[in-house]
Design a protein around this ligand. Structure first.
Ligand code: NDP
Length: 419
């Protein structure tokens, strides 16, 4: 685009001036400037920095994981998410909280070889090189070895007649590990090129982090589920049925999982971690059977009178690295999270996802999702039609009374109120 040549080399103020000249008003420049609380940091973090995008942040309450109660910082724009997480957490808290575990914590990356004339032969040659490959990978990032981590294993897979993948599993200790793994993989690729004259197509980590699986479970006494005269057993039965539907129907599974990720993404973001990586891994895992399914399952045990929930997903999270150590708000959020290490953070996040899922299913099979959701959504609607903070209170009440859910009617009521 004309006028934007070498835009990345301009200063922040120059970039805003150029935008001002081509597209945005003086007032809008002011919005960008006011939004940037720490432009120096922003410029070091990304290219073409113009401002900071802010999301509301809140804390979810009542989340008990492995006997410890956590306050969970969550950054989200969706009105009902934090209320639902706290509600789900409070139901499980009455029955002792979540039990969570980390099955393993290794990051996987791959080097893909192409134009392989005999893939079986190449596989054999690579098997013989396992020790050398581990050494090359570790030599490329000695600091992680000093921390007690490093490359652990090599696996191979024939992808096609001409394509072969090498998977490297690395203990990345407290980091998410994307950058350190990519460094190790690129060194491995160079080694394979030199040693075997192999054609390397690419070398990069995988977000399908199946060696970083985290599970959370809960067992809820059905008596705690009763609501408005509806028996807890009936609610438990319906939650289990809804969970079955998410296993059978991808249309439901996508929404079921979106509800889980509402909580997970919000905390992953607040903790300075890479939520796109977590999303990619979660959905790939949901399709591991060859069919996309709900990530969590709920089972009603009639004999024991309990509702049992379980969620397992790949969670490659870090307590150091990336933006974690450089963004001041992340340090505050880490403090709120009791400075959880990477493993504990994964267990908190997984439990939060299950709490979020429980709250959604509970609402779905009782009042319907709109009742609680809309009360909060109406506040945003009121704001979007121009209500002040004082007006919002009355407008929301009035919209609830008149069952108004759209901006045309909301505006009409606001105008009535102002007359
Ligand atoms: P970093 O590149 O920041 O590496 C981790 C850093 O943490 C290193 O500098 C390491 O120090 C330091 N560190 C301090 N203490 C420890 C410890 N106890 N254990 C481990 N490391 C420690 O981050 P990652 O390698 O974790 O990569 C994460 C970033 O990569 C994220 O920002 C992500 O968005 C991005 N990314 C993601 C991709 C994807 O998901 N596909 C692809 C590429 C990047 P030392 O050097 O001394 O070991």
């Amino acid at each position: 685009m004309q006028g934007f040549e070498k835009y990345y080399r301009k200063t922040w103020h120059e970039r805003l001036e150029i935008l001002n000249k081509h597209t945005i008003s003086d007032e809008q420049v002011k919005i960008l400037k006011d939004g940037a609380k720490n432009p120096e940091l922003g410029e070091t973090m990304i290219e073409n920095f113009i401002s900071e995008y802010h999301l509301p942040e809140g804390v979810a309450l009542n989340l008990v994981v492995n006997g410890i109660e956590y306050l969970v910082p969550m950054a989200t724009e969706e009105p009902s998410v934090i209320a639902a997480a706290s509600h789900g957490g409070s139901i499980v808290k009455k029955s002792g909280g979540f039990k969570a575990e980390t099955k393993s914590r290794l990051m996987i990356g791959q080097v893909v070889l192409e134009n392989v004339s005999d893939v079986s032969e190449m596989q054999k040659e690579l098997e013989l090189l396992e020790k050398d490959i581990l050494k090359v990978a570790n030599d490329a990032h000695p600091s992680i070895v000093r921390r007690g981590g490093g490359a652990r294993s090599v696996k191979l897979k024939i992808l096609a007649d001409d394509l072969l993948a090498l998977y490297l599993a690395v203990d990345v200790k407290e980091a998410m590990g994307a950058n350190m793994l990519n460094t190790m993989l690129e060194a491995t690729a160079e080694f394979l090129k030199a040693k075997l004259k192999a054609d390397v197509l690419f070398a990069i980590l995988s977000n399908y982090a199946t060696d970083s699986l985290v599970s959370a479970k809960c067992s809820i006494g059905v008596e705690t589920l009763a609501k408005n005269g509806v028996d807890g057993c009936e609610i438990a039965r319906k939650i289990a049925q809804a969970s079955r539907v998410a296993q059978l129907d991808p249309y439901r599974a996508a929404t079921h999982n979106k509800g889980i990720m509402n909580g997970i993404d919000a905390c992953v973001l607040a903790s300075g971690n890479d939520w796109r990586a977590v999303e990619a891994g979660a959905h790939a895992y949901a399709a591991r059977s060859g069919r996309y399914r709900g990530l969590s399952t709920w089972n009603y045990d009639e004999k024991k009178q309990v509702l049992e929930g379980e969620l397992t997903l790949p969670l490659a999270l870090g307590s150091v690295g990336g933006s974690i150590s450089i963004v001041p708000l992340v340090s505050v959020n880490r403090q709120i999270l009791q400075n959880a290490d990477a493993k504990t953070l994964g267990e908190i996040v997984c439990s939060l996802g299950l709490a979020q899922n429980l709250a959604a299913l509970y609402a779905l099979v009782t009042d319907g999702i709109q009742k609680g959701h809309m009360r909060l959504q109406l506040k945003s609607l009121a704001k979007s039609v121009g209500a002040t903070a004082d007006e919002t209170k009355f407008l929301v009440k009035e919209m609830e009374k008149r069952k108004v859910r759209d901006s045309v009617h909301a505006k009409e009521i606001l105008e009535e109120m102002r007359e």
